[in-house]
Design a protein around this ligand. Structure first.
Ligand code: ZN
Ligand code: ZN
Length: 338
């Protein structure tokens, strides 16, 4: 990789004010920390919500980003990861101390802080991070698949909650990145997939992943499914999702909204429908995500629409908001123009 003396970082001075700027020189990592040279950063829906001021708890000014792949370039004395190790990172801190953490559910830690939302994120050419928040990437996992570990672990965690195997009928509502990653995994597990979205552009990407049936929400009439995965996060989609579950089946709630939804208890009770919430993942899901991504027969490439230099971050954010793309990746290995 080209050595850069000055490094760049992305910065949100306030809502919609994104800048690419020269970063301050970083100190040496503390004993529990590693310094990373960032290779790729994935733009996520939550980065766009922070950019647009839609997360009331976001703390500006702020360095955005939480999906990252980097190489350890300096390791603190107690870091288990040596210089040269490629790693991906967790997007949230966890305390290791609260009730949730004590039973291994670090994803619902009561004291968590979110990178790129409540504390500075990772969209920079170099960062320092506590080694407990990074996971090493095996050598045979290429950068372009490794950058998907974090968003894909969300899907792995969610799909584990349902029983999906060959022939399971699955509806996936909402084809954002998480929806598309869910489709990829359910296809890999042999499920029979119906994709529901309002945006036909996303149907094309879904079809590149494999054999799926596509429908717009208003075309769905009397279909029902063993498993319905709601990844749109809008009230109408959540209400529709519950209605599409077969008796005895499961709805996985992956999409996030603070809005209220209408729910008919009689429908739930009579049909014994399970509704399961799913939020991010634990370290075990990260490892499972890595194992799926290592399998060359697991088709995931169509989920990445393009890789853009970090110096063109504004353009990349605009494209990510346009609804025309799936995942857009920022390349942080670009040198500073002289
Ligand atoms: Zn994300
Ligand atoms: Zn905790």
């Amino acid at each position: 990789m080209k050595k850069v003396s000055k490094t760049l970082e992305l910065y949100l001075e306030n809502v919609s004010k994104l800048k690419v700027k020269e970063a301050n020189q970083l100190p040496a990592p503390k004993s529990n920390e590693v310094k990373l040279s960032i290779i790729y950063g994935g733009i996520c829906g939550s980065d766009l919500r922070v950019y647009n001021g839609l997360l009331s708890y976001a703390q500006y000014p702020l360095r955005p980003g939480h999906e990252v792949l980097g190489t350890v370039i300096e390791a603190g004395a107690n870091s288990p990861y040596k210089v040269g190790t490629r790693v991906v990172s967790f997007p949230n801190t966890f305390c290791d101390d609260c009730e949730a953490c004590s039973i291994g559910k670090t994803n619902i830690c009561r004291n968590k802080k979110s990178l790129g939302v409540t504390i500075d994120g990772v969209f920079a050419q170099e960062i320092i991070i506590d080694a407990k928040y990074v996971v090493p990437v095996p050598e045979d996992l290429v950068d372009e698949r490794a950058i998907l570990v974090e968003p894909f672990a969300v899907t792995v965690h969610a799909v584990k909650k349902a029983k999906i195997s060959k022939g399971t009928s699955v509806a996936v509502i909402g084809c954002g990145t998480e929806g598309l990653l869910t489709i990829a995994l359910a296809l890999h597990l042999g499920a029979d997939i119906t994709v529901i979205d309002v945006n036909p552009v996303k149907f094309e990407i879904a079809r590149q992943l494999g054999n799926v049936k596509t429908m717009s929400p208003e075309d769905v009439t009397d279909e029902t499914f063993d498993v319905v995965i709601e990844a749109a996060g809008v009230p109408q989609a959540i209400e529709q999702a519950i209605g599409l579950v077969k008796p005895g089946g499961t709805m996985i709630a992956l999409g996030i909204t603070g809005d209220l939804v209408k729910l008919s208890p009689i429908h739930l009770v009579r049909n014994e429908i399970s509704i399961l919430g799913s939020i991010i993942y634990t370290k075990a899901d990260f490892n499972d995500a890595i194992n799926y991504l290592k399998d060359p027969s697991f088709k995931i490439e169509p989920v990445v629409s393009k890789i853009v230099s970090c110096t063109k971050a504004q353009e990349a954010f605009n494209d990510a908001m346009s609804g025309k793309y799936a995942k857009i990746i920022l390349d942080f290995t670009a040198g500073v123009a002289n």
